[in-house]
Write a protein that binds this ligand. Structure first.
Ligand SMILES: [Zn+2]
Length: 243
């Protein structure tokens, strides 16, 4: 048994994952999602954009991609045991930290009433070592989600239309997990669900053509995180408990 205090064994009751694109949550958290779902957690996904721009196929049309990617996300979610997937229709590549986006997230938070929210770390801007710039939609999704859960979903006078017109009572989220590939203060053992994570990623066939390469990358990364806490494979997050 791992001794590291950052190793989390408790299983939340209701979880909401919020991300920009179909596949984001599965890259960052699918092992955790599958593990929690197998232990009785009720898990929901909210995907904010239509994911219809990220293709190298020059003949691809955005309208065809939207439905394809949604179906891929539904298939991946089913593999992981996710109860339901909500989609917004913000334009891929154009997601802003706007009040409309925050309202849409707050609406789902008030509907499903999660104790734990997983989203993308909006503070991750670039990584010199790995040579990448974090997608602006990822940053916007993370920031809008943090803003939506604190304070907007929590206060009945924020977005009063949600309360008065839609009957959605305020809700306090207790814990946030941010996907961040550079730093972690919370680790979850995904040794038993790593294969499901790969199956879920395989369901995103239009976005992940080179699955063996991705699988090896995921295996190496989960193995390194696992070493930190004495398990075979782990996923890591920045965890914030909101008091
Ligand atoms: Zn993405």
């Amino acid at each position: 048994m791992a001794q590291n205090p950052a190793y989390q064994t408790e299983v939340p009751k209701i979880v909401l994952g919020v991300a920009a694109h179909p596949d984001d949550l599965d890259f960052g958290a699918a092992g955790t999602i599958a593990y929690w779902a197998s232990r009785g957690a009720r898990v929901y996904y909210l995907i904010l954009t239509n994911g219809n721009k990220g293709s190298e196929d020059l003949s691809a049309k955005p309208e065809d991609l939207t439905e394809l990617r949604r179906n891929e996300q539904r298939a991946a979610a089913k593999i992981l045991g996710v109860a339901d997937v909500f989609f917004c229709d913000y334009e891929d590549g154009c997601l802003m930290v706007s009040m409309d986006v925050k309202r849409d997230i707050a609406r789902v938070i008030r509907k499903v009433r999660p104790d734990t929210v997983i989203t993308m770390d909006p503070g991750m801007l670039y990584d010199v070592e790995r040579g990448f710039i974090n997608h602006p939609d990822h940053r916007a999704a993370g920031q809008a989600t943090l803003d939506a859960l604190y304070p907007l979903a929590r206060d009945h006078m924020s977005f009063p239309e949600l309360f008065h017109n839609e009957g959605l009572a305020p809700h306090k989220v207790a814990t946030v997990l941010l996907t961040n590939f550079q730093q972690q203060n919370c680790y979850i053992d995904i040794s038993d669900t790593f294969d499901k994570k790969i199956q879920a990623l395989a369901a995103h066939a239009s976005q992940i053509p080179g699955l063996p390469t991705v699988e090896q990358m995921m295996r190496d990364f989960a193995g390194r995180l696992g070493q930190d806490v004495g398990v075979r494979y782990a996923e890591g997050f920045i965890r914030i408990d909101i008091h």
